[in-house]
Design a protein around this ligand. Sequence first.
Ligand code: NAD
Ligand SMILES: CCCCC[C@H](O)/C=C/C=C\C=C\C=C\[C@@H](O)[C@@H](O)CCCC(=O)O
Length: 195
Amino acid sequence: MRSLVYPLGAFQQVVDRFGGLDLVVNNAGILSEFDWEKCINVNLISVVRGCRLGLHYMGKQNGGNGGLIINMASVAGIYAFPAPVYATTKAGVVGLTRSLGMDHKFGKDGVRVNVLCPSFTMTNFITDAKGKASEEDLQQMQDMVEKGGGFLQIPDVVKGFVKLLDDDDKNGAALEVTLQGLKYHGCESGPWEHE
Ligand SMILES: NC(=O)c1ccc[n+]([C@@H]2O[C@H](COP(=O)([O-])OP(=O)(O)OC[C@H]3O[C@@H](n4cnc5c(N)ncnc54)[C@H](O)[C@@H]3O)[C@@H](O)[C@H]2O)c1
Ligand SMILES: CCCCC[C@H](O)/C=C/C=C\C=C\C=C\[C@@H](O)[C@@H](O)CCCC(=O)O
């Protein structure tokens, strides 16, 4: 996903084979605090690229039928997190989603955009984390895991994903997934919204 060539080819192959596109999931992500530019490329720039390709192929203004984009961010994109660059990329994905989910954009392209924000989930991401951030920060993360009651399992995240598929009235919203359950972070209106 770090260049346009491959994803563009993949999107076109899907459209050629299936006659269209209905759902885009921008899931790829890494922890890489030392090679931080790689982290920004994979976690943020690639997600912008995936959203733009999804809007290009699904957008009604381009002859598409509308559709859904689900971006994978993290609770680290909402609250403070020991890996600052990782957190920055995830907060960027939350902001990107909220902005793409504005009503005037949906009115034009008919594409709903949401973001899933899980807490610590036991996947290869966790078991491969050693060496991707400082020992001090990884220890802080472990302390957060213990304070939070442990790790989510993949089915917990899937529940949040399915909720986003179903809730078609939450355009632009972020869905937080923790061991305490699912919680929407809506698109709080800005100061310009007040009468
Ligand atoms: N595991 C967690 O604790 C956790 C919590 C919140 C959010 N997330 C996010 O969930 C998403 C999935 O992570 P995961 O937990 O399944 O970890 P994972 O490491 O198992 O999966 C990450 C996937 O991204 C792919 N990937 C990485 N760089 C890529 C690139 N340049 N091009 C294409 N694919 C690339 C990898 O091949 C891998 O399949 C990530 O965005 C991650 O930031 C993970
Ligand atoms: C409160 C915010 C949580 C957000 C999760 C975030 O998106 C991703 C976290 C990335 C890395 C976490 C690494 C944690 C490492 C330590 O917990 C490590 O000790 C875990 C070892 C797990 C194992 O191998 O058994």
